[in-house]
Ligand binder design. Structure first.
Ligand code: PCA
Length: 202
């Protein structure tokens, strides 16, 4: 059985839920045949979240690290291709930090590619009838920072864990008070999507 450390985030940006935390909770009720899931909920704090994630990696030594986050406004589930070495937080994180125009890790690589099979994940989700597409930017906020720190750490250690990030749309209840046409995706469809994406991790 492949072990997957799977992380999600607490709410941020004025929202009272985070689609990724909701999905993590639903996933824990699922019985998977080929994968053992180790769930981890992270604070939306650019500086403490990577440390918590790396501690969990050390305790778990998973085959896969799948990081989840919410990207409000997106209509699709989006595996991220690339983490970049740049912080430029558009809003403060939940600890009140807002680094602008700063490297995530000074002197380190400009970027790291996801080592998950992102194309296959998208194909499996689409085959299951779930809107999914590749994304070329995880943003410059906490999600990209956590993604970059994880990839840098794993690369520096020569770890074999395959790792990557996937962004999820808002849930319908999150767009209830937003302009008409704001994208969202029902929780059951998000669950179907992630199960299809996980099935691609073989
Ligand atoms: N999304 C934010 C941070 C936490 C989350 O779920 C982001 O995309 O950076």
């Amino acid at each position: 059985m492949a072990k997957i450390l799977i992380s999600a985030f607490e709410p941020f940006g004025g929202e009272s839920v985070n689609a990724s935390a909701n999905l993590l909770e639903q996933l824990q009720q699922q019985k998977l045949d080929n994968h053992q899931l180790v769930p981890l909920l992270l604070p939306v704090e650019g500086f403490s979240a990577p440390e918590k994630l790396l501690q969990a990696w050390q305790a778990t030594r998973p085959d896969y690290l799948l990081m989840l986050g919410e990207a409000g406004g997106r209509a699709h589930i989006t595996p991220e291709r690339i983490a970049v070495n740049l912080d430029d937080f558009p809003i403060e994180d939940n600890a009140g930090n807002q680094p602008r125009d700063k490297p995530v890790v000074a002197g380190a690589a400009a970027a790291y590619f996801s080592t998950l099979p992102v194309r296959e994940m998208v194909q499996q989700m689409q085959a299951a009838g779930v809107p999914a597409e590749l994304s070329n930017s995880a943003g410059l906020y906490v999600c990209n920072r956590v993604f970059y720190c994880a990839m840098h750490y794993l690369h520096s250690r020569g770890a074999t864990t395959r790792a990557g990030f996937m962004h999820l749309p808002w849930l319908p209840e999150q767009v209830a008070n937003k302009p008409a046409g704001t994208a969202s995706m029902e929780a059951p469809l998000q669950l179907k999507g992630i199960l299809a994406a996980i099935a691609a991790l073989t």
